[in-house]
Design a protein around this ligand. Structure first.
Ligand code: PMP
Length: 416
């Protein structure tokens, strides 16, 4: 079976006065906490103390928990023995950390289809943005061409594992092979991939992986950058301060090597414990999770395919391998109105907007004269078959009869 999420007793008031259980189709933004994650956090709460600072019993135990969590995350992504895990706040933080550690003459190659967290941290004058690919093969050849033309010096390719807008899987191993053939480094944004598919740094031959705990069924505040130590040890500390240094005199500072160099300040030990507990549960149930999601995704896509006026969006086409994320529009209705009506009339939570990927959304909706935003339904462990049927029927009713009220049409939606 699939691991249990914390039972939601969230009852949603509907516009017609009824109440229904909440159908959460926003796992791509943040996923609900697992029961095993809650248990791990509850077990730690009564006795945690400072990490790598105190010699009291509680401090020593807490330091062990923290380092065990680091080892769990290391194993979760199949890291090599000399890869290091730096705990960060989330993927955005992890990618910004890597950006700060770029060699000064490095060139960055990134698809414009990336989430802003993977698109924006890099120095603009040394970043090559690749156009949206229309197939996995064209993604690989675009990277190869860009690497051929890139200036001498270190190069970093940044690519997502799965798109947060279309759910489509990018050909990471193939892109990594091309990067390696050109002597370039590659960083995988695994924010959307890791909750749904195995991420194996060593097998993919990527250099870094960034991920977020809150998309992996842990609460907020903990993520990680996992991978090569060399660029990180050569760079200034991301957060200069206590814990990052081994010796400070009047005029010198000796910075640590290893993860602590970039983890200045008291670390988020409870977040790390939660993230590690989520990693453990997900790895244990990989096959069941994938089966559950692929079944629901197939049902959702089939259901939407037969509704006139509903359009779903994709880079690579109908048969692309994808995780459980579907982005769609309904002809004649704004995405804000659709998401408001799904909430008010059906108790369904989705996201609408541009999904922090403005260039990708612009590309996908380029042929649509009426809409610059779309609606995203993202699946995960909190979604049941009943929720999926409810969503399909809701979209069918909205597409054929429209919403019962204008709701937030004139107000701001859940942008951006
Ligand atoms: N990359 C991708 C592909 C994402 O979907 C997200 C979150 N939507 C991020 C990066 C950023 O994650 P976070 O907000 O946890 O930093």
């Amino acid at each position: 079976g699939i691991p249990a999420t914390v039972a939601t007793d969230l009852l949603v008031p509907l516009a017609d006065g009824r109440v229904t259980d909440y159908a959460n189709f926003d796992h791509g933004a943040s996923a609900p906490c697992l029961e095993s994650v809650r248990a791990a956090v509850e077990a730690a709460l009564p006795s945690y103390a400072s990490v790598h600072r105190g010699n009291g019993y509680a401090s020593r135990i807490t330091t062990q928990w923290y380092e065990r969590a680091r080892a769990e995350v290391h194993a979760f992504v199949g890291a090599r023995s000399d890869d290091q895990v730096v705990f960060t706040r989330q993927t955005t933080d992890a990618l910004n950390l890597l950006a700060r550690c770029l060699p000064s003459n490095a060139t960055v190659i990134v698809f414009e289809t990336e989430h802003h967290a993977a698109l924006l941290p890099w120095p603009a004058e040394r970043t090559v943005r690749l156009a949206a690919p229309d197939s996995p093969a064209s993604a690989v050849s675009a990277v190869a061409n860009a690497l051929r033309e890139a200036p001498e010096g270190p190069r970093l390719v940044v690519v997502t594992g799965a798109s947060n807008v279309t759910g489509e899987i990018f050909p990471v191993a193939e892109i990594a092979a091309v990067a390696k053939a050109h002597g370039a480094r590659i960083c995988l944004d695994a924010a959307q991939l890791a909750p749904h598919r195995v991420v194996d740094i060593a097998a993919l031959e990527v250099d870094w992986v960034a991920l977020s705990g809150h998309k992996l069924y842990a609460p907020y505040g903990a993520g990680a950058l996992v991978g090569r130590a060399d660029w990180l040890n050569a760079a200034n500390p991301y957060l200069a301060g206590g814990g990052a240094t081994s010796a400070v005199t009047g005029d010198t500072t000796v910075w640590n090597e290893g993860p602590s160099r970039h983890e200045g300040g008291s670390p988020n030990v409870i977040g790390a414990i939660a993230l590690a507990a989520a990693c453990a549960a997900i790895s244990k149930h990989r096959d069941a999770i994938e089966q559950h999601e692929q079944f629901l995704l197939g049902r959702l896509r089939d259901g939407l395919a037969n509704i006139p006026g509903v359009k779903t969006y994709s880079l690579f086409g109908h048969d692309a391998d994808r995780v459980g994320t579907v982005t769609f529009t309904i002809e004649g209705l704004t995405s804000t109105l659709v998401s408001a009506a799904l909430s008010a009339e059906y108790g369904i939570g989705v996201r609408d907007g541009k999904f922090c990927a403005h260039l990708l959304t612009g590309h996908l909706l380029a042929g649509d004269p009426t809409s610059s935003t779309a609606v995203r339904a993202s699946l995960g462990l909190g979604v049941t078959r009943e929720h999926v049927e409810r969503l399909i029927e809701a979209i069918r009713t909205l597409a054929t009869k429209g919403p019962k009220s204008a709701y937030l049409e004139s107000a701001e939606g859940c942008q951006p």
